[in-house]
Design a protein around this ligand. Structure first.
Ligand code: F6P
Length: 603
């Protein structure tokens, strides 16, 4: 059986021919599975999952008792690592505000470069994972380790979990992912002696023996809207669960009498209110999808500009487009006021240390100095702002907006009003008047307050709001994540990048993607696994007759070759479907350009 995270979602079978508004409706129906679950599997509201969330939050409390000697490590690959980063950034800020030492550390496969571009090869390396974990936990007494891998598949995380299990006196390992445990990846990992499934089984056994020392958290949220794109539901549920866990850890530090079950339920319900509210802005999101699609279809760009954590969500969304849609690094980009000083990643400003610096130039100054003069009418610029941002950056946002308007009319804002007091003020309406379209998003604070107030019986009104300001920030971020995921996904769908609900032009840049590519070819060509594998390898080596060496080379060799190549999978698909030569397949792709059309014509 296929892992849930790699399956095709029935809901989105026709998303490739949907209008912008229909795309948002389909994403909404797909995202509700985060809360309602899928096919009767345990979901985020199931008792056992709520119990585990509470247990991990309690383990977090132990770490927070001594933040100078203990740490909480969040680790993952791609989007999972980027979310680890943003979560650590937020909780360290909370610790600073509470006068405590920072103790959250993120680890991302490939280092900080992977915050902005895909670095998929290190994801396959368990030893690299172990080394990164050793480095970050050196000299620490206790470590709560959260290994995030939506597909229960990343070798980088497998190595780390295994290392934690060898050192249980120091580490409390947690596996976070969204497949049933028996569907964890059971394929060999090169240069290692275990599969992910074996590591999972070892952890499961240990959880039974030491129920307070190891945890597995794996609610099932159904397949992704675009098959395998775990940045979407997988990323959202990762964010929701970890924010819930550590918000609780911070709040029960002093109050042990709290019912963990009620706390978890209440915070999760707040996210559901925000999910419902976000998709009620369907028409606004559809307008922005339309703009972004027009830009991408006319060789234009989409730029996200924001302040602080909303900008971070924008940068993350932009960074996911090249690996997900094989788009160029310039197509969608994100910028942040204050650049790296505000971004607060571990390695600091890395824009000068890398060869292709473009995606690493994230500061608004860079946008103003290098890009603004090149803006054209086919570009879209979206500002990502909260009420607070507009108060703090009023003049510069106004100036920038006026300058951009000289070049393009596609200038919009996703604007989060002050939820506690959404009536607005003059500053706000002046700034917003320059945008051609504003999605004015108001969190349903009253509903959220009703849901969470039993957890904080001594607080109400403004006091409750102030106490939970960081949580309100999380709610804005998840709402923005849903909106931007819809814009970037929708615009690429309208560019013809998707066939049914499948990204055919997937990059073959790591082991997981290699196997995904073969399964795509097999499904659409209706051929055997071996025929699909041969078609892929022929496409990678650009040959109709494979040598014995090519046919039997290690998967990592194929990946090394394929990583820098374009349209490897579409060509392989045509080879398999038409039984044609590599040359003919490439010729068709050159003539037709839009991959999904080329495949359709061949079926
Ligand atoms: O290999 C690339 C990728 O698919 C990313 O797009 C994704 O964010 C990452 O792997 C992480 O996957 P997982 O969370 O399942 O380990």
């Amino acid at each position: 059986m296929q892992p849930v995270t790699e399956a095709s979602n029935d809901i989105t079978q026709n998303i490739d021919v949907a209008s912008p508004k229909e795309i948002v409706q389909l994403l909404c129906s797909c995202d509700v599975e985060i809360f309602d679950g899928w096919h009767g599997y345990p979901n985020i509201h199931s008792n056992e999952i709520i119990h585990t969330i509470g247990e991990i939050a309690t383990a977090g409390v132990e770490i927070l008792k001594d933040p100078s000697n203990n740490i909480i490590v969040l680790s993952g690959c791609g989007t999972s690592g980027r979310l680890a980063f943003i979560l650590c950034r937020s909780f360290n800020k909370l610790l600073r505000e509470q006068g405590m030492q920072e103790c959250y550390e993120y680890v991302i496969a490939g280092g900080d470069k992977a915050l902005f571009t895909s670095q998929e090869a290190p994801e396959d390396d368990p030893e690299a994972g172990i080394q990164a974990l050793k480095q970050v936990s050196q000299g620490k007494r206790k470590v709560l380790f959260i290994g995030i891998t939506c597909g229960l598949s990343a070798p980088f995380v497998a190595g780390q979990l295994d290392y934690c299990m060898d050192n249980l006196d120091k580490f409390t390992p947690v596996l976070l992912g969204f497949n049933p445990l028996n569907l964890a990846r059971d394929l060999p990992i090169e240069n290692w002696n275990k599969t992910f499934l074996q590591v999972t089984k070892r952890l499961e056994d240990l959880c039974q023996k030491h129920s307070d020392k190891c945890f597995i958290l794996n609610p099932i949220v159904g397949p992704e809207a675009i098959r395998g794109s775990s940045r979407m539901k997988g990323g959202s549920v990762t964010k929701i669960l970890l924010e819930t866990i550590f918000t609780i850890s911070h709040h029960i530090r002093d109050d042990k009498n709290q019912s963990l079950h009620i706390m978890v339920q209440s915070l999760l319900s707040a996210y559901r209110h925000v999910y419902e509210m976000t998709y009620s802005y369907m028409d606004d999101i559809a307008v922005m999808i339309q703009w972004a699609a027009e830009s991408l279809n006319n060789n234009g760009h989409v730029y996200y500009i924001g302040v602080d954590s909303l900008a971070t969500i924008g940068i993350i969304d932009a960074s996911e487009c090249p690996p997900t849609y094989s788009s160029s690094l310039e197509d969608i980009r994100g910028f942040i006021y204050g650049g790296y000083t505000t971004y607060k990643n571990k390695e600091g400003d890395i824009s000068h240390h890398v060869s292709n610096g473009e995606p690493f130039n994230i500061s608004i100054n860079n946008f103003q100095e290098n890009l603004i003069d090149q803006l054209a009418c086919n570009d879209t610029v979206l500002f990502l702002l909260t009420y607070q941002d507009v108060c703090n950056e009023n003049d510069s946002v106004t100036q920038l907006t006026k300058s951009i308007l000289q070049y393009t009319k596609h200038i919009g804002a996703i604007y989060f009003t002050e939820p506690h007091n959404p009536s607005g003020n003059t500053d706000e309406s002046t700034v917003l008047s320059y945008f051609k379209h504003v999605a004015m998003v108001t969190l349903p604070w009253h509903r959220i307050q009703e849901t969470i107030s039993p957890v904080f019986p001594t607080l109400s009104g403004t006091k409750l709001y102030e106490e939970l300001r960081h949580f309100v920030g999380f709610l804005c971020e998840i709402s923005l994540k849903w909106i931007l995921n819809a814009i970037s996904t929708g615009s690429h769908i309208m560019k013809g990048k998707i066939y049914k609900n499948l990204m055919i032009d997937v990059k073959v840049s790591n082991n997981k993607l290699y196997h995904r590519a073969i399964s795509i070819i097999q499904k659409f060509a209706g051929c055997s696994l071996e025929e699909a594998r041969c078609a892929l390898i022929k496409s990678i080596y650009k040959t109709d007759t494979l040598t014995a060496e090519q046919g039997s080379a290690a998967i990592s060799k194929h990946i090394d070759m394929a990583t820098t190549m374009n349209k490897v999978v579409p060509a392989a698909l045509l080879i398999a479907v038409r039984q044609c030569s590599v040359h003919e397949a490439i010729q068709i792709l050159n003539d037709v350009k839009v991959v999904s059309k080329a495949i359709l014509m061949s079926k």
